[in-house]
Ligand binder design. Structure first.
Ligand code: UT7
Length: 327
């Protein structure tokens, strides 16, 4: 990992703002989710706008003018077709490179790391820009208090290049998993081929994101903790080796439970959920970019990443943090 960048759009929605249009309270949101505010895109903007900003910052951080592949992990492509990555590549001045999207909802960054790492290891690419960006609020039913308080917009990106196993920036084996049996826990029912092939317009509300929160919560804790243990084993690390935990910022209570279950002390858990909410695929790289800028993670520190999302999907890996200029 040779560069990192993050971006959130300027508009902020506070908990107080939400209480004006939803049957909720500032106290409920803060105690049940740990979120104080979230950033949202302006009307007319889209995922690619977030992705380009984060991608530019990661390229600058890596001192890399050029990469030969752009991978975009997103739940909210600009359009159902084509993929958004080619547009992001072109707007970054990288037109002509391989560019494709990955869909693994909030686990997208980990799936992207595995894909980019595989491309580099096989010789298919030398340098990869991996961006994870979600304009999650475009999927949210503004009247659904259970999801509207959590999800938000943002982007994070990293530059990956070939390197040695022991050097700063080394990414360990990426552990990934999925369970399609539980796909209905987190879904947008309409907008895909199943609904379109019926020849009927989507039923009211079916184009919005739905989440069965309480069940999702339980699976998120178990899967993130189990994947983290497997990633530690794959890297040959013990829990005591971990300097920083960078877990998907799903909900502060989930983060606390995951940290406790893995056995990582609160002081070693990175978190920005209070300021940015749950930004889907962007969550981990955005967290890493902000933590780097604030000096909360430093060169040589051993970082454990773990994520969980719709699919269901989950994943984890380890990174020895590289020496980077502040993004
Ligand atoms: O990003 C990856 C995947 N996502 C996650 O990992 C998120 C997982 N889930 C969660 O974060 C939590 O389940 C939520 C924050 C969505 C909900 O918190 P919870 O503590 O699990 O609440 P609940 O769904 O069990 O609901 C408890 C009560 C319900 O009322 P009743 O049925 O007990 O009367 C809800 O209707 O809280 C109610 N409720 C709210 N009340 C005030 C749900 N949302 C709100 C709200 N304000 N915003």
């Amino acid at each position: 990992m040779a560069g990192v960048g993050g971006y959130v759009p300027p508009d902020v929605v506070t908990n107080k703002d939400l209480t004006r249009r939803l049957r909720t309270s500032e106290e409920w949101i803060r105690t049940r989710t740990g979120i104080g505010a979230r950033h949202v895109i302006a009307p007319g903007t889209a995922t690619s706008d977030l992705a380009v900003e984060a991608g530019r910052r990661a390229l600058e951080s890596a001192g890399a003018g050029r990469v030969d592949t752009v991978v975009l992990a997103t739940t909210t492509p600009d359009r159902p077709c084509p993929a958004t990555a080619p547009e992001v590549a072109t707007r970054l001045g990288l037109g002509g490179v391989a560019a494709f999207d990955i869909a693994a909802v909030c686990t997208g960054f980990l799936y992207g790391l595995a894909t980019a790492g595989g491309l580099i290891a096989s010789g298919g690419a030398e340098r990869v820009l991996l961006v994870a960006a979600d304009a999650f609020t475009t999927l949210i039913d503004p009247g659904d208090r259970a999801t509207a308080v959590i999800f938000a917009d943002g982007a994070g990106a990293v530059v990956l290049r070939a390197g040695e196993a022991g050097e700063a920036g080394a990414v360990g084996p990426v552990v990934l998993g999925s369970d399609g049996e539980l796909g209905e826990l987190i879904e947008v029912p309409a907008g895909g081929s199943r609904q379109r092939s019926s020849g009927r317009p989507a039923a009211v509300g079916e184009e919005f994101f739905r989440m069965r929160g309480r069940e999702t919560f339980r699976h998120a804790v178990e899967r993130m903790a189990d994947a983290a243990h497997a990633a530690l084993e794959g890297a040959g690390w013990t829990v005591a080796d971990v300097d920083r935990l960078a877990a998907h910022q799903a909900n502060a209570r989930i983060l606390a439970a995951v940290g406790d279950r893995i056995g990582i002390a609160p002081g070693r858990r990175l978190s920005n959920i209070e300021e940015v909410g749950n930004t889907g695929a962007a969550s981990i790289p955005l967290l890493l970019a902000q933590a780097t800028a604030r000096g909360e993670v430093r060169a040589g520190e051993r970082v454990l990443l773990t994520a969980f999302g719709g699919g269901l999907t989950w994943g984890a890996t380890t990174v020895t943090w590289p020496a980077l200029p502040s993004p």
